[in-house]
Design a protein around this ligand. Sequence first.
Ligand SMILES: [Zn+2]
Length: 250
Amino acid sequence: MKLFDAHTHIDMKHYKNDREMVIQRAKDTGVVGMVTSSINPGSFRRTLGIVQKHDTYIYHTAGCQPSLLKPAEAEKILHLIDKYADDIVAIGEAGLDYHWVKDSKKRKAQEPLFEKFITKAQDLGLPIVVHARKAEGRAADILEEYNMENVLMHCYDGPSEVTQRIVKNKWYVTLPANFGRYRNRVQAAEMIPLELIMLETDGPYLSPVEGRNESANIIHGAKSLAEIKDIPIEEAAKITTENAISFYGL
Ligand SMILES: [Zn+2]
């Protein structure tokens, strides 16, 4: 079986002591590659080293943590992206977070920063990985205003109105390994054609099993998707892997 973890955070401290074993377990489970998302300048630099060591297995998408992002940090990240543009496969995660950010002025303040990442993706001709937590509709508005084409709505959990727009725009979504537990995500998996779906762990978060999440657990997502689409798990794995390779241009 060929699986692909389209979004994880392999640089995080949760993997500090056994990162190589985590990567090996992923390989042993049939994970043929992964894309890891850096979320601040320190994370960016750590990720550069990891990706270099695991060339052609781990790929880097460079982004931020929208709920914590300040303009000065955004500038630092954008500067690193320019400097290392040849070493990254996508921009993001970037976007809007209404889950942690409740204040309307602070929510609004996320938008110009999101737009800078969109513009950077367009300037560099790279796809964008969007973090839109409880803000799927507003993020879709902005992406449509910018005519952004190569979009991945990561860890997608939006309502059916937004899901319809995603399908219409031919944007991709990733569903986490434990997505079978969430009503919105199961509904999205039903509505969105398989050609637009990828699987992710978002490790170390969102584990389908007890404890820390890791890429080997992507199999749980493939299992849920196969059940929903009524296809063999091998096919769910194969198509989502092909989608990730095509979206990220690997
Ligand atoms: Zn993430």
